[in-house]
Design a binder for this molecule. Structure first.
Ligand code: LLP
Length: 425
């Protein structure tokens, strides 16, 4: 779907660039897709809110009955403030982490959240903090796939979860400390190919079925997130319909192995929000280098967004489609799109982790043109930073009737200095 050029220009004039544009209709469609594949009784979807923690998005999830997977004390607090229920009956906000830091333990205890522990020593930390109650264990299943190696979360090289041979000891330590293991969980990778995901989820359900006899108090099993989004061919997304049948079959298998009813959970993040978010940026200049003995000359479109806004290309070599607003269909030439940061890696057109540049065939932009970096709704604003003291860009939410709302303003120098202090210790 093409962006509405008039609306984008109007919003850019109002809030300045760069800014984030969220299309409410797309988020709602993606929520509907997930609700459909989890519509079998006993199957529950969560939103891994790390992908896009805006209150507006969290409220959409709450209204649709989607539960939350939070990874920090503050993420959990954001979810609670947005209207998600506290408590563990049912555990609407699940706290999944490998390390408790800052206010995490405090938030878990005060709000009675279900802790999903990813490291054996966390049982001791929970006990010391005075926690007694249900816990979930995040298992490293020993296999998995991500869209890049750093997003693969299963296997001997993964820092996530507890290795299967340690599970019995963790269960015993938990029981001794007055805790009950009520959920087993695994997240086998973020954004793999759909076929890999399907195969891995089925395998995971089998492995969990084999573990069930060791966990007599289990009430739920979570297969994690990881439903991919097709960034390179955004108009041709793979149908996730087969997952409905898969989840129904996995749950049936698990219930049969347990001899009782179990809840089956999933917790995608990216799938709900990736296509709904666009980063809009202005071209400030177009310049070039010439071919010499060191390499080929390039044409650079210098834009005002950088990896402080969208880090995925710099961090993983990720691809985001780029549109020159209002110039769709014009003749194209290879262009490198680069940002304002004092880093040569501040380039959005990259081909992978090891290569710096990959020029993109784009209509030749001119200073003043707006560019749209598409499919940036997941891990976009969420991973933005204050590097170079630039300040996070504003987020704008657009309803299907074209009404727009500013949901977070541009950060100012005041915001950045707010935490600075001069306290004698
Ligand atoms: N559950 C757990 C425990 C997770 O660690 C994650 C993602 C998810 C669910 C959601 O995965 P998703 O459905 O979004 O693939 N920054 C990277 C992705 C890192 C994902 C980390 N964990 C990126 O931009 O691709």
């Amino acid at each position: 779907m093409k962006l509405d050029a008039t609306l984008v220009r109007k919003l850019a004039a109002k809030v300045g660039t760069p800014f984030w544009l969220y299309d409410a209709a797309i988020i709602r469609q993606r929520i509907a897709d997930i609700r459909h594949i989890t519509s079998t009784p006993g199957v529950q979807a969560r939103f891994a809110m790390k992908a896009c923690p805006a209150t507006k998005v969290l409220r959409e999830m709450a209204n649709a009955g989607i539960w939350i997977d939070a990874v920090s004390g503050n993420e959990a607090l954001r979810a609670l403030r947005a209207g998600h229920a506290a408590g563990n009956e049912p555990p609407v906000v699940c706290f999944t982490a490998d390390v408790f830091r800052d206010n995490a333990l405090d938030v878990v205890l005060k709000n009675n959240l279900l802790p999903n522990i990813g490291s054996p020593g966390m049982v001791r930390q929970l006990a010391t903090a005075g926690y007694r109650g249900p816990i979930s264990i995040r298992v490293n299943p020993g296999f998995g796939h991500g869209h890049v190696n750093t997003c693969d979360t299963g296997g001997p090289s993964s820092k996530h979860g507890i290795w299967p041979s340690d599970l019995a000891a963790v269960r015993d330590a938990a029981t001794k400390a007055g805790m009950t293991v009520t959920m087993l969980h695994a997240h086998i990778g973020s954004g793999p190919q759909f076929a890999e995901l399907h195969e891995n989820l089925a395998r995971l359900a089998d492995e969990f079925a084999a573990l069930l006899p060791q966990f007599p108090a289990l009430t739920a099993v979570s297969l994690g997130g990881g439903i991919p989004h097709h960034y390179r061919d955004r108009e041709n997304q793979i149908s996730i319909e087969p997952l409905r049948e898969l989840f129904a079959a996995c749950r049936a298998k698990l219930c049969a192995a347990a001899g009782r009813e179990l809840r089956l959970e999933i917790e995608p993040g990216r799938y709900y929000v990736a296509p709904a978010g666009t980063l809009i940026t202005t071209v400030h200049d177009v310049k070039r280098t010439l071919t010499n003995a060191k390499g080929t000359g390039e044409t650079f479109a210098m834009v005002d967004a950088g990896f402080v806004d969208l880090v995925r290309p710099a961090m993983y070599g990720s691809y985001h489609e780029i549109e020159v607003i209002g110039k769709e269909g014009s003749q194209t030439e290879p262009i490198v799109v680069a940002g304002p940061l004092c880093e040569s890696g501040d380039v959005f057109t990259r081909s992978g982790g090891d290569e710096l540049l990959q020029p993109r065939d784009l209509p030749r932009p001119e200073p003043g043109d707006l560019l749209a970096l598409r499919d940036a709704g997941a891990y976009g604003y969420a991973m933005s930073s204050n590097y170079n003291s630039i300040g996070r860009a504003p987020q704008v939410w657009v309803e299907p009737d074209g009404t727009a709302e500013l949901i977070s303003r541009r950060e100012t120098i005041k915001d950045m200095l707010k935490a600075e202090t001069s306290e004698r210790l």
